[in-house]
Design a binder for this molecule. Structure first.
Ligand SMILES: Cc1ncc(C[n+]2csc(CCOP(=O)(O)OP(=O)(O)O)c2C)c(N)n1
Length: 414
């Protein structure tokens, strides 16, 4: 499906090596159907920021008054700023990698804001905005990308599992969790976030079979950002992605993922169905990844600049700004408050990230198994002897002293 690995940006073993990325892209463009556009996606707000009627979605967005829409706008601006800061931190060597969400703010903020605190999220690696809404604090967004922790947050504090890099695996976790909710007789809902590429994975398809079989209260939320690294969505999906779910017996919706109102409404409607015993729903949010797949990727090698320009005209933030202006709610004070909130969050992200201490090297073995394990102990000892060959790096004593607390933080992930 994809020819690069997000961790290293290197070509994966086994992928064809003879042709250049440019040739590959040209071949794929010939064989793939035209890229699915957003024309058929349901919306409440068009690219010009005008409200458009939609009888199905409208009732689920009725609670969104000017203040609530202003809140969604603020969230989107803040996470866009955090995202830009994440890229800058990676470029400055403070993070190993960063997966930008530029362009996907409405899909993430609209869906996450529709959730209840006791719902549980299972995401992939790109849902920084969802984590932010769930309550992950700034250092939680960067710890794992700095390589010092497997999770940025305690899953049971923010009701969101650690981010998943194995494509689509979290859809099975979400379905299993949803079955647990069902057994408990609770009315919470599990949500699996994944990309268009993930829908070609066995895990996502297996998860849908189970969810439909047992009418599990789970929502499959697919952000179709049009690319699975360098593979265009049209290659794997000759029909809309949302058309797949009905084949499993799961109702689906295809919404404009750059329309925060439509995404919120679609999510609210799916949540209501799940809470009332109606089972799973599949939502395809049609959006676009404006940046690279990760900071290790160069999309200019496989992407037509005209496509980028087309989607720049559908920016999710600009259209809400236009709506708020039309409502008389985009005052200079509001604009300033939002800009200040974004700057404050970004400055905090930078400060806490740079202040994060490296864990003691041997703590990498701490949470591999719940119980001690002789083979692991042997590896740990071998690694300790290996490390002894080197001069301790500057700050190592401090890092070792902090190892206890770092491990405890990670252990908080239970
Ligand atoms: C099981 C598995 N196969 C392959 C990969 C390598 N890989 C990393 S990201 C990616 C593309 C994912 O695309 P998509 O699901 O559309 O999500 P997006 O990154 O666009 O948000 C692939 C194939 C992986 N991480 N896991």
């Amino acid at each position: 499906m994809a020819d690069q690995n997000p961790e290293s940006g290197s070509t994966e073993p086994g992928s064809p090596a003879a042709s250049s990325p440019e040739q590959d892209a040209a071949t794929r463009a010939d064989t793939a159907p035209a890229i699915a556009d957003d024309e058929t996606a349901a919306r409440l707000l068009n690219a010009a920021g005008e409200r458009v009627p939609n009888a199905e979605l409208e009732p689920w967005a009725s609670e969104l008054d000017a203040e609530a829409i202003g809140g969604l706008y603020r969230d989107m601006v803040v996470v866009r700023r955090l995202d830009a800061e994440g890229i800058a931190l990676q470029r400055q060597g403070q993070l190993g990698l960063w997966p930008p969400l530029l362009g996907q703010e409405a899909a993430q903020i609209g869906s996450a804001r529709a959730l209840r605190a006791d719902d549980f999220v299972f995401s992939s690696y790109r849902e920084m905005a969802v984590a932010w809404v769930r309550g992950a604090r700034p250092e939680g967004l960067t710890r794992a990308w700095r390589g010092i922790s497997a999770s940025g947050w305690d899953p049971f504090t923010v009701n969101m599992a650690p981010m998943q890099v194995i494509i689509g695996a979290q859809s099975l976790h979400a379905t299993g969790y949803a079955l647990g909710i069902q057994n408990d007789g609770a009315d919470a809902v599990a949500v699996a976030y994944f990309g268009d590429g993930a829908t070609s994975e066995g895990d996502v398809n297996e998860a849908m079979v189970f969810a439909a079989s047992f009418q599990a209260p789970v929502i499959f939320f697919c952000q179709n950002n049009h690319w699975a690294i360098s593979e265009p969505v049209g290659l794997q999906a000759h029909r809309a992605i949302s058309d797949r779910a009905p084949g499993f017996g799961i109702p689906s919706m295809r919404v404009d993922g750059n329309d925060v109102l439509a995404v919120f409404a679609a999510m609210r409607s799916a949540l209501d169905r799940a809470r009332n015993g109606g089972g799973p729903t599949f939502i395809e949010a049609v959006t676009y990844r404006m940046g690279p797949h990760t900071t290790a990727d160069d999309p200019t090698r496989y992407r037509d600049p005209a496509e980028l320009e087309l989607w720049a005209g559908r920016d999710p933030i600009r259209r809400v700004e236009a709506l708020l202006r039309g409502m008389g709610a985009f005052t200079p004070e509001f604009e300033q408050q939002v800009a200040d909130a974004a700057d404050t969050a970004a400055a905090e992200l930078r400060a806490v990230t740079i202040a994060l201490k490296d864990p003691a090297p041997l703590s990498v073995f701490d949470h591999v198994y719940a119980e001690p394990h002789t083979a692991l102990e042997r590896e740990r000892e071998q690694y300790r002897v290996y490390l002894e060959q080197f001069e301790p790096p500057e700050g190592a004593v401090q890092a070792a002293d902090d190892a206890e607390s770092t491990s405890a933080d990670n252990g908080g992930a239970r």
